[in-house]
Design a protein around this ligand. Sequence first.
Ligand SMILES: C/C(=C\Cc1cc(O)c2ccccc2c1O)CCC[C@H](C)CCC[C@H](C)CCCC(C)C
Ligand SMILES: C[S@@+](CC[C@H](N)C(=O)[O-])C[C@H]1O[C@@H](n2cnc3c(N)ncnc32)[C@H](O)[C@@H]1O
Length: 253
Amino acid sequence: MHSLQFSVPLLPTSRFKRHSVRCASDRQQLFNRIAPVYDNLNDLLSLGQHRIWKRMAVSWSGAKTGDSLLDLCCGSGDLTFLMSEKAGADGKVIGLDFSKEQLSIASSRQYLLSKACYNNIEWVEGDALDLPFSNGYFDAITMGYGLRNVVDKRRAMQEMFRVLKPGSRVSILDFNKSMQPFTALFQEWMIDNVVVPTATVYGLAKEYQYLKTSIDEFLTGKELEKLALDAGFSYARHYEIGGGLMGNLVAAR
Ligand SMILES: C/C(=C\Cc1cc(O)c2ccccc2c1O)CCC[C@H](C)CCC[C@H](C)CCCC(C)C
Ligand SMILES: C[S@@+](CC[C@H](N)C(=O)[O-])C[C@H]1O[C@@H](n2cnc3c(N)ncnc32)[C@H](O)[C@@H]1O
């Protein structure tokens, strides 16, 4: 029995596994793995600042009482709960994500927080790149730290445009790919020297190392504005917040 001869030396599969967060299922599994500690690490690593940034994103969405709202890539529901408070009892909010574990945390939090208005929330397991909603359905859409994580940003923007009512807005919060050298260096230093070492304590080093590569591969504010205009939005403006570490794209249909 001849042993198989390969013309190209095969790298140990572990090397591929270490850096493989390329496809949707890799990212789905990543967010399932970090779900149990996601909220606590966000609070710890941003010193609670992320809650301010998320409130700004919801405010920019223009969500109001009685609206039909969508929080895309909702994860554990931070923005979904904020949108629920905006919509009130006469409105409704859909929190959509493709991570079962994240949605499970979100649903548990809804029960534990037990605010009356949270009865207007529906959790949907779905794909931001193929939304199960009809055209022109929502009065406002938020997407917090989701656009950087989808495998097709153009498709995601097109889907948001499709399901949004004319004259309505999307508000997309994420890390800012800063053009300012100091800001970019500080952001990278914090991830390398604070974020990843902390995540390592929980056995999640490579999951949080992905943050850096995903920011490197992300779009700048100007590129995000163009992405929205190319998808058909009539207006797009990217605001730098958190000292330039974060950014929020506001686009109107
Ligand atoms: C809420 C925040 C990040 C959410 C988030 C997004 C992702 O795409 C991830 C991917 C993989 C793992 C985790 C995440 C993830 O948590 C922003 C705040 C939390 C950040 C983890 C902390 C970032 C620190 C800043 C670079 C510096 C903060 C300086 C100052 C304390 C405000
Ligand atoms: C960093 S978390 C953001 C969670 C929440 N929006 C927040 O602000 O904390 C990114 C979320 O996007 C979800 N996600 C990534 N790609 C997706 C896709 N194509 N469809 C649906 N959800 C997706 C992940 O499962 C994860 O829960």
